[in-house]
Design a protein around this ligand. Structure first.
Ligand SMILES: *Cc1c(COP(=O)(O)O)cnc(C)c1O
Length: 425
């Protein structure tokens, strides 16, 4: 059938949008019977979004201060992102990795630029953060011809749920049901420089690498102490080990710079050996990447040693290119840095007895509460029209779209200010 004839087909070929009928309660019921219960019941069933807002199936509007867990960098239904994805899908939607596309190549080049990766660096494109970390783990296994069995990671770190990424993740409740996991991973206490030195003091040359988040996201937005990454860089370099930064949550502008480690006070000026990114990378479209710094690291995974069907998909690449392009065009890094700093200051300055502190960088923020009521505050916020999340019993996480306005941020500050002082868990 020619393209011309296809174009003549009437639009009755359009399939109905299921969300057009049914209430939140009805859809929740159907969810329970059709979707595996790994996440617990959904808080709401959402049908539509625009900018920083989403709407549920009952027509209720929410200010989305979570953005799909630090994903929807440009907000919902951004016209530039939508157009880029549609144009690519309508031109060439997928090819196997026996072939390449200009979109994929241009995306890889842009990613190397924003990651400040030196000449000789390369990317491996994936569909998620987990897969990016899985690739990083395999890369570490290939270091020194496979003769370095030790891999270091931090307590409280989160790197994903596949068997490899889980092996790098410390939380016992996530790991234990699935043991045995790939071996060789040792967990060091978070931010403990003496423990880091001790880990290299004995058999340091058997360490393939250290995998760390500059700010632990799932642990409640915990930044590494200043100087930690610089020490990690020195020790890994001294022992020929690789420094891998998991910037899946913190990367791609979330903190007001392209990478969290680009902040002098977080990164200490380090150049890592590899960085993983995903979440915000495609503005909501699933895409991730392992960026390997410099020729020696970039060639550790050889032909046939890793692969993926969907990774490098041109539609995902178009989404990534458009997201990076809009962030640059609209000066969103500066906006994220400025709004984030002002917002954290406002919340800290409320003097509300429930607010024990505020931490984070850019628009990755945690409000630390003085009592374990974060889940209760999350539920109240939702009822008041705000999507937030409680990664720990005492922390509220805010990771809104970069397009959030000052007024929208202020509306949540007002909500916090009005919280009852004696809120119960
Ligand atoms: C979310 C996250 C992952 C896992 O990414 P997925 O896209 O869910 O597979 C890995 N590392 C960090 C730091 C994350 O925040």
């Amino acid at each position: 059938m020619s393209r011309h004839l296809d174009a003549q087909r009437p639009v009755d070929g359009v399939l109905p949008v299921p969300a057009a009928e049914g209430s939140v309660a009805q859809w929740t019921q159907r969810y329970t019977h059709a979707v595996m219960d790994t996440f617990g019941p959904p808080q709401r069933v959402l049908v539509r979004g625009e900018g920083a807002y989403v709407w549920d199936a009952d027509g209720t509007r929410y200010l989305d201060l979570l953005a799909g867990i630090a994903v929807n960098a440009l907000g919902h239904a951004h016209p530039t992102l939508t157009a880029a994805i549609s144009a690519q899908l309508g031109t060439l939607g997928h090819v196997s990795n026996f072939f390449a596309t200009p979109t994929q190549i241009a995306f890889a080049e842009r990613l190397l630029e924003v990651a400040r990766a030196p000449h000789g660096s390369r990317v491996f494109l994936t569909n998620s953060g987990t897969e990016a970390n899985e690739a990083a783990f395999k890369l570490l296994r290939r270091h020194s011809g496979g003769r370095r069995p030790r891999v270091l990671a931090l307590e409280g770190g989160f790197h994903g749920r596949s068997m490899g990424a889980l092996a790098l993740t410390s939380k016992a409740a996530y790991r234990e049901p699935f043991e045995p996991l790939p071996g060789g991973v040792e967990f060091l206490p978070f931010g403990d420089t003496a423990a880091l030195e001790a880990a290299f003091a004995t058999d340091g040359d058997a360490v393939a690498g250290l995998v760390v988040e500059p700010i632990q996201g799932e642990a409640g937005v915990r930044p590494l102490p200043p100087g930690y990454l610089a020490l990690a860089r020195r020790l890994t370099a001294d022992h020929g080990a690789l420094l891998v930064l998991d910037e899946v949550q913190t990367g791609m502008g979330r903190t007001g710079r392209w990478m969290a480690h680009h902040h002098p006070h977080l990164g200490g000026g380090v150049v890592p050996d590899a960085v993983t990114v995903a979440k915000g990378l495609g503005g909501g479209f699933p895409v991730g990447a392992l960026v390997a710094y410099g020729e020696p690291v970039a060639t550790l995974l050889g032909r046939g040693q890793h692969g993926t069907t969907f990774g490098g998909n041109p539609v995902a690449a178009a989404a990534g290119l458009a997201t990076i392009g809009v962030i640059e065009r609209d000066g969103l890094l500066g906006h994220v840095a400025r709004l984030g700093a002002a917002w954290r200051e406002r919340i800290a300055g409320l003097g509300h007895p429930l607010v024990a502190g505020v931490r984070g960088e850019g628009l990755l923020v945690a409000v630390e509460l003085s009592a374990p009521v974060a889940p209760a505050v999350q539920a109240r916020a939702l009822d008041a029209g705000f999507v937030v999340n409680a990664p720990t019993p005492t922390a509220l996480r805010l990771a809104p779209p970069f397009v959030l306005t000052d007024e929208q941020a202020a509306s949540f500050t007002d909500f916090l200010a009005a919280l009852p002082h004696d809120l119960e868990a």
